[in-house]
Write a protein that binds this ligand. Sequence first.
Ligand code: NI
Length: 136
Amino acid sequence: MRVTVHRKAHFNAAHRLYRKEWSFEKNDAVFGLCNNPNFHGHNYELIASVTGEIDPETGYVIDIKILKDIIKSEVEDAFDHKNLNVEVPEFKDLNPTAENIAVVIYNKIKPKLNSNFHLEITLYETPRNFVTYSGN
Ligand code: NI
């Protein structure tokens, strides 16, 4: 039986969406308010979903404490109350859109899990705007 275990987490972070090589006008046209040169913040909500077989001995797919600790060290400690563009090396040359943040989070958490697990990342940038990524 394959079951999916979900863990929710939260972080606040600031970002700016722009391309260095574009003019301010072009960045403004493409990214609008998200191109504010003084940055702006979001309350990101993360759901990490791990799918795997139930271990017949424990009854768990994954001990959720392990998942909680991975999210804390890989995401919360790295992103919470940070300026993603300035303080998080993964976004030095990568636009910190919700799409790219979800991929970065996936790439940080996936290697920490048993390779038999399927991982899906759901990332809310606002209560109504969210993205999902599960590899590829
Ligand atoms: Ni934004």
